[in-house]
Design a protein around this ligand. Structure first.
Ligand code: ADP
Ligand code: MG
Length: 298
């Protein structure tokens, strides 16, 4: 083997579902002469000694790290150690928090639904500000969408139909970062997931749910192959670039004229559903991309 890589995953993800994905990456890596070792974030002990960054365990440095976890401190530590990390800690941090992600996309002036961020309040505050909620309902009208900043599989995304529901959910989330968003009716129960690697969309699928406004497959959405228009492709690549991703899964909504709107960018997109839908192995594109970087070809 010519190269050594680490695949970092979360210690809480030792289920068969995740181990299967790690084995998949390891098998693909082998085809590229990469000896890839899967390590959970709680197997690597990191810290500071004598005022200096210190990696306690595994002190032979790999050529790169494929970082499938969200433990940003660890990613930063490894980067400081001089190891190229894919995706970068900055990108993982931005994508982990939907508020930061929307702010970053706005810097690049990319189309997104109208979005209002909830204020961060100290713990003695028990009620959301009524005037703020009035502003939210006037700006977005019902139904509207609430999303927790940290969430996945559609599980922390809520459809709010009236003031009562708005007040209840806003109170429940008062000490968790969250946002309020225009509900895109034209995209009800459907969206497009595009996998971007570098400057390229390598695979896409449409997701459709008959039962829910959220199209997530884990939430009951069905997958269909799709041939996205250039507008969808260009926006997915621009969104991925805006958050500095090496590779990502971009979710696009259908605006009211069929135009794409960015729903979110996932830095840690899963590769199994897209493979089952399209037969495309995104992991091969990822290793080609990483090797080009490691060898200084791009
Ligand atoms: N503003 C919106 N209007 C309509 N549907 C939405 C909106 N935002 C999200 N959705 C639907 O909910 C799903 C989950 O939202 P998303 O922001 O991608 O959260 P998660 O990180 O949990 O996947 C999307 O795939 C989409 O189908
Ligand atoms: Mg999503």
């Amino acid at each position: 083997m010519k190269y050594r890589g680490w695949l970092i995953y979360n210690g809480g993800m030792k289920t068969a579902k995740f181990l299967e994905i790690h084995d998949w990456y390891i098998r693909t890596a082998r085809k590229y002469q990469i000896d890839l070792m899967a390590l959970s974030n709680d197997e690597l002990f990191i810290g500071i000694e004598n005022g200096q960054r210190l990696i306690v365990s595994h002190n032979t440095r790999p050529d790169f790290v494929l970082f499938l976890d969200k433990d940003i401190r660890l990613a930063e530590h490894l980067l400081e150690w001089g190891v190229p990390i894919f995706n970068s800690p900055e990108t993982i941090a931005i994508c982990d928090n939907k508020i930061q992600m929307h702010q970053q996309l706005a810097k690049a002036n990319l189309p997104q639904p109208l979005t209002i961020f909830a204020p961060m309040l100290f713990s003695q505050i028990k009620q959301p500000n009524a005037q703020f909620l009035t502003y939210v309902e006037k700006s977005l009208s019902y139904p509207l969408v609430i999303k927790e900043a940290y969430g996945s599989f559609g599980q922390q995304v809520y459809l709010i139909e009236n003031r009562q529901q708005l007040e209840t959910k806003a109170k429940e989330l008062i000490h968790r970062p969250h946002l309020f968003q225009e509900y895109i009716r034209s995209s009800h129960g459907k969206d497009v997931r595009l996998h971007v690697v570098g400057n390229q969309v390598v695979a896409s699928m449409q997701r459709v749910s008959k039962a829910d406004f959220r199209a997530n497959v884990t939430n009951g959405g069905e997958m269909f192959t799709v041939d996205p228009s250039q507008e969808f492709i260009d926006l997915a690549i621009a969104a991925s670039k805006a958050v500095g991703a090496d590779f990502s899964g971009v979710d696009l909504l259908y605006g009211n004229h069929g135009q794409p709107l960015i729903c979110e960018v996932n830095s840690n997109a899963h590769i199994k559903n897209i493979y089952q839908c399209t037969g495309i192995d995104v992991s091969a594109f990822i290793f080609e991309y990483i090797l080009a970087k490691v060898q200084g070809r791009s």
